[in-house]
Design a protein around this ligand. Structure first.
Ligand SMILES: Nc1nc2c(ncn2[C@@H]2O[C@H](COP(=O)(O)OP(=O)(O)OP(=O)(O)O)[C@@H](O)[C@H]2O)c(=O)[nH]1
Ligand SMILES: [Mg+2]
Length: 205
């Protein structure tokens, strides 16, 4: 039976996690961050605090995350026993941008199918975030079978820039990001029976 491991990496992924969970309560997930406060309130089966470590220790730690039993079996009419890893991250910061490509690379080596769902930063966040995001995105593309990408600039057309603060921009970004994650999960056709009906409702909206 195929199964899904959903891994949320970094601050913005963790901020959309409750909304994804409220749509798909049966989703079991792992949350990783370098910020222990962000992890303390997360409703996830497993949380992993990323601490400073050398590359090899980090890879070993991430391989453990990838081998963890926290995954959701998919109802499937085939004998397909593949494991699909869904990586969720907002690119442009350090944690999500750096850790996700390592997870993708290691996941691929462990024989998993890797799908990534990421955001690219708003232009107003500056050039250095854009460069970090682009490099991470390039690496993710080479290790993932699919990358679902939401360019945050693309949502600016829906926002009255004069009327709202940057905080509000991120609130709107959250809604689009949640939708993107749900849409990516709905791609796994045989998964539909496993999820709650909310996914279908979200699709119709
Ligand atoms: N949807 C959404 N995106 C956000 C939010 N905050 C930041 N982002 C976006 O996500 C990118 C990465 O930010 P974070 O996820 O906070 O960064 P991180 O991966 O935790 O990395 P560090 O905090 O630098 O270690 C930012 O450059 C923004 O484009 C948020 O509240 N919601
Ligand atoms: Mg962070």
């Amino acid at each position: 039976m195929a199964s899904i491991k959903a891994i949320f990496v970094g601050g913005s992924a963790i901020s959309v996690l409750p909304h994804v969970k409220s749509n798909i309560p049966s989703l079991s997930c792992v949350a990783l961050d370098s910020n222990s406060n962000a992890l303390s309130n997360v409703n996830c089966e497993e949380t992993v605090l990323i601490t400073d470590s050398d590359y090899q220790s980090r890879v070993e730690e991430l391989r453990k995350v990838l081998s963890s039993p926290n995954e959701i079996p998919l109802k499937s009419d085939s004998d397909n026993s593949e494991t699909i890893v869904i990586l969720v991250a907002g690119l442009g910061g350090r944690t999500g941008s750096y850790i996700s490509p390592i997870l993708a690379q290691e996941g691929l080596q462990m024989g998993y199918k890797v799908s990534s769902v990421v955001t690219l930063p708003f232009s107003f966040e500056g050039k250095s975030r854009k460069i970090i995001a682009q490099e991470s995105f390039r690496l993710l593309q080479s290790h993932s079978s699919t990358v679902y990408v939401l360019s945050l600039d693309s949502i600016l057309r829906w926002i009255d820039k004069e009327a709202v603060s940057e905080m509000e921009f991120f609130k709107v970004a959250n809604s689009f990001f949640v939708w993107k994650v749900l849409a990516s999960l709905s791609e796994f056709g045989s998964a539909r029976d496993s999820w709650t009906r909310s996914v279908a409702v979200t699709e119709r909206n």
